[in-house]
Design a protein around this ligand. Structure first.
Ligand code: ZN
Length: 145
């Protein structure tokens, strides 16, 4: 798999120094998501109060794409309103279904655009989506509580 070298660096940096990769003891919802086709696995905690994403923390194992992507997603969601966060997840899902034809909006996705090239590789899209789908799942569960 070949990605733009600058983007590759962003991904490797998140992989080596993942953000928020330490489960916080207090949360409003916790989910565990796996991507069996690759062996990626994450547990993700969210803390959402009054429609605001106060905290996202996670732990997991897996390939560099899945771990970097979860690091990027967790950092991006922090401090957003739940509505904003869900729109960002939607924008990222759309990017991942673009088959390499979209670059992504950096104002919305920030480091997430580094994963745009992954959309050309169907086998890896689930790796890239894992953390985002886990967040969405947790966020929606949290809203029900
Ligand atoms: Zn993977």
């Amino acid at each position: 798999m070949e990605l733009d070298s600058l983007y590759q660096e962003v991904i490797l940096d998140h992989y080596k120094h993942p953000l928020h990769k330490k489960l916080l003891p207090s949360y409003t919802a916790q989910v565990h998501h796996v991507n069996p086709s690759c062996g990626d696995e994450i547990t993700l905690n969210v803390s959402i109060q009054d429609g605001l994403v106060e905290n996202v923390s996670w732990d997991g194992v897996g390939c560099s794409i899945s771990q970097a992507s979860t690091s990027i997603a967790s950092d991006l969601m922090m401090g957003k309103t739940l509505d904003q966060a869900l729109l960002i997840v939607e924008a990222f899902s759309k990017l991942m279904s673009s088959k390499g034809n979209e670059k992504g909006d950096e104002d919305v996705l920030e480091d997430g655009v580094a994963l745009a090239g992954v959309s050309k590789f169907p086998a890896r899209i689930k790796c890239a989506l894992l953390g985002w789908m886990a967040f969405k799942d947790a966020a929606l569960q949290s809203g029900k509580n």
